[in-house]
Design a protein around this ligand. Structure first.
Ligand SMILES: Nc1ncnc2c1ncn2[C@@H]1O[C@H](COP(=O)(O)OP(=O)(O)OP(=O)(O)O)[C@@H](O)[C@H]1O
Ligand SMILES: [Mg+2]
Length: 389
C-alpha cells in the first residue's frame, strides 16, 4: 500500500527502547491507524475479502459481508465455498484443494442473501510481515445493474437504429472488398506470367501486402457485425467435442506452422449440450486464436472438457504470456486490445454468445505461465426444458 511514512513508522523503528507510557501511546496510535484503514475499506462499494489458500475468509469489509451474507462471527471460521455455492467448481478446484497461484475472474449469480450478479476477482499476495502463508484478495463488484442496463441499452430503439445503419454500411463494404480480392488475384496471376525481375518482385510484394490488408478489413467487418448483432441462438443438440474438432481442422495448419501442439481431453462423458453450432464455432475459434497469439513456437494448448450433474466445463489452457493483473478487468470490454492488429472484440463476442446460452466465461492467468479460459454451460437449457414441458 502506498502511504506516506508517518510518525508511527518512525516510532515502530525503535520499539525496543520504549517505556510503558510510550508503549501505551503507541498502542493507541496503532488502534487509530487500524480504525482509519477500516473506515476506508468499509466506505468502498466493492466487497473486499481476504481468504487463505483453503478459501477460509480471514477478513471482510462491510460491503463484502453484506454481499455474501457473512456475519462477524463467521470471519475466520467459514469457507468462501459455503457462502458462494458453485464458485469452487467454477475455479476447477476439488474439495480440499488449495487455491492456485493465478489471478482469476468469474461472473456469478448470487441467490443469498439477495439475488444479484457479481464479478469476482482473485488476486494472490504474500503477507509483507509475519508468516509467508499465501493469501488472496477477493474483490466483489455488483454488476446486477450493469447487466440489466446493458440489455436495456441494446434494446433501446435509438441505439438499435444507429447499429442497423452501421451494420448496413459494414455489410455494403463487403461487395467492394470481394471485388478487390478478385482483382488482386487476377493481378497476381498476370504477374506470374511476366518475366521475373526486380520490378516484378516489388510488385509481388505490394500485391501481397494489399491482399493481407484486404483480409484484415474483411476480418474487422465480420467481427464488427458479429459484435453488434445480438442474434438469438439456433439451439440444437450438439456434441461440442465434434464442433471443436471441426474448428481445429480449420486452424490446424496455422497451429502447426507456429510450432504449437494441441491436446484435447474429454473427461468421462461427451460434452453434449443444446447450442448454436455456428456461434459455438465462433467461440472456439476466438479462444484458440487468442491462445495461439499468446504463444510462441513450442507452446502447448490443452483443451479439457469435464462435467458435473448440471454443467459442462470447457477449459482452454495455453502456455502463453498471460494477462497482466491490471488488464484482467478489461479483457471483455469492446476494443480493449494489447495487440498491434487486434480489434479487441474477440472475448466480448465469446462472452455474449456464452451468456446467450445461459453460461459464463471465467479466466485464470499467470504472467509468463499461461492463461486458462473456462466456459461453463448448462447441460440443458432451462428455457427450452420449460417450453418442451
Ligand atoms: N489466451 C490469452 N493469453 C494472453 N492474453 C490474452 C488471451 N486472451 C485474451 N488476451 C488478452 O485480452 C485482450 C482482448 O482479447 P480479445 O480476443 O477480445 O481481442 P484481441 O485478441 O486483442 O483482438 P481480436 O478482436 O482480433 O480477437 C487481448 O488483446 C490480450 O491482451
Ligand atoms: Mg482475440
Amino acid at each position: 500500500m502506498a502511504k506516506k511514512e508517518s510518525s508511527l513508522d518512525r516510532v515502530l523503528g525503535r520499539i525496543e527502547s520504549l517505556d510503558a507510557t510510550n508503549l501505551t501511546n503507541l498502542a493507541q496510535k496503532l488502534a487509530r491507524e487500524r480504525a482509519y484503514l477500516e473506515t476506508v475499506f468499509n466506505t468502498a462499494l466493492e466487497g473486499i475479502l481476504v481468504v487463505d489458500e483453503e478459501g477460509e475468509v480471514q477478513y471482510a469489509n462491510e460491503s463484502g459481508q453484506r454481499m455474501i451474507g457473512l456475519s462477524d462471527s463467521e470471519v475466520g471460521t467459514t469457507l468462501l465455498w459455503r457462502l458462494i455455492p458453485g464458485l469452487r467448481d467454477s475455479l476447477g478446484l476439488e474439495e480440499g484443494e488449495p487455491l492456485r497461484d493465478s489471478i482469476s475472474s468469474r461472473e456469478l449469480e448470487l441467490t443469498y442473501p439477495e439475488q444479484r450478479f457479481v464479478r469476482i476477482y482473485f488476486l494472490p499476495f504474500k503477507e509483507p510481515v509475519g508468516e509467508d502463508d499465501k493469501q488472496f484478495v477477493v474483490m466483489l463488484s455488483d454488476i446486477t445493474n450493469e447487466k440489466r442496463t446493458k440489455d436495456e441499452t441494446i434494446e433501446s430503439e435509438k441505439i438499435a437504429s444507429i447499429l442497423l445503419l452501421a451494420a448496413g454500411v459494414a455489410h455494403e463494404l463487403g461487395n467492394p472488398l470481394n471485388s478487390l480480392t478478385i482483382h488482386l488475384q487476377l493481378m497476381e496471376r498476370q504477374l506470374a506470367k511476366l518475366e521475373s525481375g526486380p520490378a516484378t518482385g516489388k510488385l509481388g510484394n505490394s500485391l501481397s501486402v494489399c491482399r493481407g490488408e484486404v483480409e484484415r478489413l474483411d476480418g474487422i467487418i465480420k467481427n464488427f457485425l458479429e459484435a453488434i448483432r445480438p442474434q438469438e441462438p439456433d439451439f440444437q443438440v450438439l456434441d461440442l467435442s465434434l464442433v471443436l474438432e471441426e474448428v481445429l481442422e480449420v486452424v490446424g495448419s496455422e497451429l502447426n506452422d507456429r510450432g504449437i501442439t494441441v491436446e484435447v481431453e474429454v473427461v468421462s462423458e461427451a460434452p453434449i449440450v443444446r447450442a448454436d453450432r455456428n456461434q459455438m464455432k465462433q467461440v472456439f475459434f476466438n479462444l484458440i486464436k487468442n491462445a495461439m497469439e499468446a504463444m510462441g513456437p513450442g507452446g502447448a494448448l490443452k483443451i479439457v472438457s469435464r462435467s458435473d450433474e448440471e454443467k459442462i466445463y470447457l477449459r482452454f489452457g495455453d502456455s502463453g504470456e498471460g494477462i497482466r493483473q491490471s488488464d484482467l478487468s478489461r479483457v471483455f470490454q469492446p476494443y480493449h486490445t494489447t495487440k498491434k492488429s487486434g480489434s479487441g472484440l474477440g472475448l466480448m463476442i465469446v462472452q455474449r454468445i456464452i451468456r446467450g446460452h445461459g453460461g459464463q466465461v471465467g479466466i485464470d492467468s499467470q504472467e509468463g505461465v499461461g492463461t486458462v479460459v473456462t466456459l461453463e454451460l448448462p447441460k440443458r437449457n432451462r428455457k427450452l426444458v420449460m417450453l418442451e414441458a
